[in-house]
Design a binder for this molecule. Structure first.
Ligand SMILES: Cc1ncc(COP(=O)(O)O)c(C=O)c1O
Length: 376
């Protein structure tokens, strides 16, 4: 049996006719920049996240960067982020002109360790940017409390968490702003690169709307930094169709995760992240942890099962970020987990048969290789 890591073709098959018709209409009309499709997607996504404003941009990285800039964060400022995240979280801070300050992850949730944030706060700190990694939440109540006590902004990196909730509130609605990615493999993915800012702050939304469009509010009058980070009309049209299926697709991911969890409960040598009781996760990724990760990944490949690692090299050990001055050993949990985590196939059209096959194959590996059990 072959089990891909994601299967966009299967996800798109029932939507293809509608997508072709909508994209065809845009090609016929020849209006490719911003316009009605973008505005309507913004309204629909703002309603979905229960926020006042959504501003479409060309990627999740741009969404986060523009938010930081719109809040006045730049040179000389520090933004706290987790050490285990995709490079774009750190890049958004860097390209806003500020410095990313890293914090280790909590051993149970793999998200930013709330207890370690306070020690990272300095007089230069302006914001905390928690990442809702793998489609579950960073622990937002203590993060928002800590930020309020220290007069800091909180910007959610919600790139992996479309539709996830924390105490019933949707990702993207809990803080001063959030950045979403619509990279094709995300829970809500475009037909290319795309992203979205969400915020309840009207001034910030207006400024980002101008900044994405060469900094102009009126044609050829450039009040703000003249970036080009517009969301394509064609991508907006595709996303509007796919947004209607997001909840059903997230529900399918949750069913798959529940089955994986149930089957893995009996497999020693494999551990899965804890989901906070306040949260409903949307399972962008299904991540296990084992002491023989590389061997397991190769074994799965032999049996036709694709997998991934999110992420193999923590931010502080990336060549580009040597200048931040961190060293190996600075974030021990992140470093230990980077060698142990493995993301298994997770996508809406995954079948129960495929999940059983994946778990049986992992189980066979663990039994044959006598993998040492890890416990928190
Ligand atoms: C946690 C996280 N932050 C930011 C981004 C950046 O999004 P994009 O690839 O759309 O720029 C991603 C996307 O992969 C992500 O996973």
């Amino acid at each position: 049996m072959e089990v891909p890591f994601v299967d966009l073709r299967a996800e798109h098959a029932p939507l293809l006719d509608e997508m072709k018709e909508r994209v065809g209409r845009i090609l016929e009309q020849g209006n490719f920049i911003l316009g009605d499709e973008v505005e309507q997607l913004e309204e629909e996504f703002a309603a979905y996240c229960d926020v006042k404003h959504a501003v479409g941009v060309d990627s999740g990285a741009s969404a986060l960067k523009l938010l930081l800039i719109a809040y006045g964060i730049g040179e000389g400022d520090e933004v706290i982020i987790p050490a285990n995240t995709f490079i774009a979280t750190a890049g958004a801070v860097t390209f806003a002109g500020a410095t990313p300050v890293l914090v280790d992850i909590a051993p149970n949730t793999y998200n930013i360790d709330v207890n370690a944030i306070e020690a990272a706060i300095t007089p230069r700190t302006k914001a905390i940017m928690p990442v809702h990694l793998y489609g579950t939440f960073a622990d937002m109540t203590p993060i928002l409390d800590l930020a309020a006590r220290n007069n800091l902004l909180v910007i959610e990196d919600a790139a992996q968490a479309h539709g996830a909730t924390y105490n019933g509130q949707r990702a993207g609605s809990l803080a001063q702003g959030a950045g979403f990615s619509f990279y094709p493999a995300k829970n809500l993915g475009a037909g290319g690169d795309a992203g979205m800012v969400t915020t309840n702050n009207s001034v910030v939304a207006d400024q980002i709307r101008a900044m994405r469009h060469v900094g102009q509010r009126h044609k050829y009058i450039h009040d703000y930094a003249p970036f080009n980070h517009r969301l394509d009309t064609v991508q907006a049209a595709i996303l509007r169709i796919k947004l209607r299926y997001l909840d059903a697709n997230n529900a399918a991911r949750c069913r798959h995760a529940a089955l994986y969890n149930q089957l893995f409960a009996e497999v020693d040598g494999v551990i899965t992240p804890e989901i906070l009781p306040e949260t409903e996760a949307v399972w962008h990724l299904y991540v296990i942890r084992t002491t023989a990760r590389d061997e397991l990944q190769a074994y799965l490949r032999e049996f036709g099962i694709a997998s991934g690692v999110h992420y193999p090299v923590p931010i502080h050990l990336q060549p580009y970020y040597e200048n931040l001055g961190y060293r190996k050993g600075d974030f021990p949990i992140t470093e230990e987990y980077a060698d142990q985590i493995l993301s298994l196939p997770m996508f809406p059209n995954l079948t129960e048969e495929q999940i059983h096959y994946v778990v049986d194959t992992v189980k066979a590996f663990v039994e044959q290789h006598k993998v040492e059990a890890i416990r928190i």
